[in-house]
Design a protein around this ligand. Sequence first.
Ligand code: PLP
Length: 368
Amino acid sequence: MPPVSAISLAHSLLRREILDLHAYHVPGSAGYIKLDAMENPYPVPQQLRDEIAAAVAQAAINRYPDPDPAALKEKIRGAIGLPREMGVLLGNGSDELIQLLAMAVNKPGATLLSVEPSFVMYKMIATFTGMRYVGVPLLTNSGAADFSLDLSATLAAIRREQPALVFLAYPNNPTGNLFSTDAVAQIIAASPGLVVVDEAYYAFASDSFIPRLADYPNLLVMRTFSKLGMAGLRLGFLAGSTAWLEQLEKLRLPYNVGVLPQLVAEKLLEHHDVLLLQAEQIKQDRAKLYRQLGEIAAVRVYPSEANFLLFRAANATAVFDGLKRRGVLIKNLNGGHPMLSDCLRVTVGTPDENERFMTALQEILRYE
Ligand SMILES: *Cc1c(COP(=O)(O)O)cnc(C)c1O
């Protein structure tokens, strides 16, 4: 038999849509002021670090993690004020839960629907799992309403496509805005399938669908602790009716959240108030950064209820490169979705980081 190279074997065995994918690119960030990934810029306070270190020293690393960590779930319920009759399902980050949901409803021909531009993992995971994907454009050229839901187009798409699964990021990433509550409610009510309201940015937003879970049999709320200071732990969860969660539990890999993330998250949630104070600080600094960006004539900044700001500037890629040369890493959205041409996204950092970003940006807009 002639020898077969790994590359030709991979090309003959892999699914076409996987060969066509581009890997999710995470740029190196060592040495930069890192304002590209919606992380909380504040480290865990020292006293709490010591407490965590002591607990980690006692952890049973030789054992599999608790597959149903009741104490951790209780802390989560307490922290978010989850109604008693609702359940919690834990994920290795909420990305894993998007994948689990897609696998669960993926009958032949099943459709996943979201809006565009939104969180790219919805479409990527539809591709991974072989689901049909439909993206309904958000409004553009509507002035202050830019990036809000096109309700009539979304309702028409739902009637036409009958999606098994709908994702709405609330607030939306990468645009930062919180969709109209009433429009989201109408979409849930009109959907024949499951609607997941993705509240990754809940700590920075003025509204939530958690109190409305009981109103809809087809609603789940997904959250993550990544944006609240635990991105390194990888912990997300679905909240909703136990009728749904008991079924979805069957698909969860039994040990998807490790011993250390469980333990550290539990400790951190005992000090949830510390994290919420950091979120309050970030909201204040977001308001300041929004004002400052708004004062630059060459920049259009969009309102945000998240821990980042989307803004548009001519020659965005040159602006991005100029910032990078000055040691500031943000996210360049130019060249991605057509509705995001010349768009950049900056995560709100510490006051000092924000200032260094603004100084660099002003310098670039003045001289380049
Ligand atoms: C960041 C983000 C997530 C993913 O969070 P992880 O828990 O870190 O996987 C999910 N949804 C939206 C809208 C996000 O911006």
